[in-house]
Design a protein around this ligand. Sequence first.
Ligand code: ADP
Length: 366
Amino acid sequence: MALTPEHVRDALSTVEDPELHQDLVSLGMVKDVVVDGKDVSIVVELTTPACPLKDKIGGDVEAAVRSKAAELDEEIGEVKIDFTADVRKANERVRDADNPLPKVKNIVAVGAGKGGVGKSTVAVSLAVGLARHGAAVGLLDGDIYGPSLTTMLGLDQIQPMMAGEMLLPFEVHGIKAMTIGRLVSPDSALIWRGPMAHGAFSQLATQTEWGELDYLIVDLPPGTGDVPLTLGQLLPLTGAVIVCTPQKVAVDDAVRAARMFQQLGVDVLGIVENMSYFIGDDGKEYDIFGRGGAEAMAERLGLPFLGGVPINTALRENCDTGNPLANFAGDDGLARNLDDLCRNLAAQISIAAATGGSAKPTMTIS
Ligand code: ADP
């Protein structure tokens, strides 16, 4: 008896997605199975193009099919696995009539307890990094008090455009971006009182023609002010990422930011430790701020740790010159560090989608 597509599906029903803890068939990830003589071709649809476990899933699929063939005493040739991806929505409210952005599958806020820790740098890196994997990504500069995306994305020479009442996002570096920094004079002090901050942020978020997006990354102002509150009320958030540096004072502020999201009913999808350490010209690693502080905090609070980014001069230069993709081009550790952040975040979003919007057990931060 020859191996049939049913045998293959049977084999795949024993392969678990390592993060979602269900088998690939039940998760609807097996899109096609073709048996051609001794060769088998399988199409597996991942829940994100930035899946960190693609290789592991591929290995497990092949092993399961070969083991099934051995069990049936069938000879088998090539096992070809093609991956596609369909990002899933993490929040049921995404389809609600009161959702102003129903075409955006996942909205992720990037916050920080204090300014200057690299929140915008991480937000930009997550956005362009996810887009590099093929996801449709938007980036909203919600830091209306100190917008930095004009510089970090190199938008100074691009004119903002409108289509009717809607703002057209800037299409740069593979993403769609919007910032208030390009709509008001660069020198005007952006002092918003509460209701104005609410209005400015809401307009920027909802009157931009984002189109269909897998991920909308929102760079929030630092601290725990009006904008996160507005964001939490206005849009169905998949969750938040908190960026912090390792030293105790920064970690303490990050815990306050985590507590704020918890009070807003927003899951924290993960912690990023920026400026973890510095690599000198001598190749040695210097723990300037006490490497590991944010990771230890994540562990203490039971929150996912998405990864660390060292202090890196090229990263700073590429941010200042509006060239964020260059950070992913080198073969030094930086590109890997940043890509790991993107993959780990994508995985947490997939987990949130699979568990109906709750990425993890409720945390209590006191
Ligand atoms: P925040 O949004 O938290 O205020 P930014 O992302 O604007 O912080 O970063 C502040 C400054 O620090 C920027 O000039 C940025 O280029 C630089 N920076 C951020 N992270 C790093 C890093 N890992 N290595 C070197 N410079 C960094």
